[in-house]
Design a protein around this ligand. Structure first.
Ligand code: UDP
Ligand code: MG
Length: 314
């Protein structure tokens, strides 16, 4: 192949308060790039997601020695999903690889991803083979999340696969046509489909800084995922309503017959209380679930951009 038609591989990497890890990240990336450089042009899109430390300065410093770097500086912290969307918009490569900037996704895996892409896969998933770096509760909940999500959603999210993957240009273009502003990337990635292959890898421990996702945030993230891709939580209330009505009807019939046959007796406090409490509890939960979806309609209808860019350094 001639210089002219060398293809480009883009890495898309969100940075949020990663000042200590920036130079280490580029050192590792460069080792991998060295092995690809004869066949591919390479670029890195680093999204500074409103870091409050010196991540931005570190990125500018890294840019001096790594000209392939494009820095996209967001105007504030928009969250990882939005940062990734920004990165995909700026990436120009024939293949695009989202990769965490904290080196938990070992860059060497990119070589495996590229190999499968060369073999014809349009999406190559990096699947983690262990969850050693997770908190115990996370291991259990992650497992249940995939089970519940895939049971009730229109699309299946492959278990233990995160944002770390390779996507052909076609796939990236497809993703860019999706209009929603609340972007649950794992789900969107799965939704667009395409010919998919998988490679396995071991997640590394974080060397600097701390994870931005605590258990509460992950729980909300899971709800976000399910309400993005399933309307089953809404439909459940129809069935529950029918069931409760049917039971009430039977109970009413029983009371009526009993009163006709044996006359009325005053005691009934317990049954009334139970009915009132149960019925109002069920209604409140139902309203809550409705609210979840109305909230989604509300944010989508505002049609705000997913992120705002302060500056791009090419
Ligand atoms: N990140 C981001 N914006 C955020 C939170 C995280 O861009 O609001 C980035 C972060 O710099 C890292 C990646 O997303 O590169 C994954 O975040 P983190 O390591 O905190 O998550 P975990 O690996 O624990 O799931
Ligand atoms: Mg991490």
């Amino acid at each position: 192949m001639t210089e002219m038609n060398k293809r480009t591989i883009s890495l898309v990497s969100p940075f949020y308060n990663e000042e200590k890890g920036v130079q280490a990240f580029f050192a590792r990336i460069n080792e991998v790039f060295a092995e690809l450089a004869d066949r591919y042009d390479l670029e890195v899109i680093a999204i500074n997601d409103g870091s409050r430390d010196s991540t931005y300065d570190e990125l500018v410093k890294a840019k001096a020695s790594n000209p392939y770097l494009t820095i996209v500086d967001l105007s504030r912290n928009f969250g990882k999903e939005a940062a990734l969307s920004a990165g995909l918009d700026f990436a120009t490569g024939d293949a695009v690889v989202p990769i965490d900037s904290d080196l938990q996704h070992p860059p060497e895996v990119i070589l495996d991803l590229v190999r499968k892409w060369e073999d014809g896969a349009e999406v190559v998933l990096a699947k983690r083979v262990d969850r050693e770096t997770d908190r115990p509760i996370q291991k259990v909940t992650a497992n249940y999340f995939y089970r519940v999500h895939n049971r009730i959603s229109d699309i299946d999210i492959p278990a233990d696969v995160g944002d770390f993957r390779l996507m052909d240009r076609k796939v990236v273009e497809a993703l860019k046509t999706l209009p929603e502003s609340r972007r649950f990337m794992k789900g969107l990635f799965a939704w667009v489909g395409f010919r998919t292959a998988t490679v396995e890898y071991k997640v590394a421990a974080r060397e600097h800084g701390a994870s931005s996702f605590n258990t509460w945030k992950l729980w909300n993230f899971a709800i976000e995922g399910i309400t993005s891709f399933s309307s089953v939580p809404l439909r459940v209330w129809t069935y529950l309503g029918c069931a409760v009505s049917a039971i009430s009807f039977l109970y009413a019939a029983y009371l009526l017959i009993k009163t006709v046959l044996f006359g009325s007796d005053l005691p009934g406090y317990a049954s009334i209380m139970i009915t009132v409490l149960f019925a109002s509890g069920v209604q409140l939960i139902g309203i809550g679930v409705l609210g979840e979806y109305v909230g989604r309609i509300f944010t989508e209808s505002k049609n705000r951009p997913v992120y705002i860019v302060r500056d791009v350094i090419k």
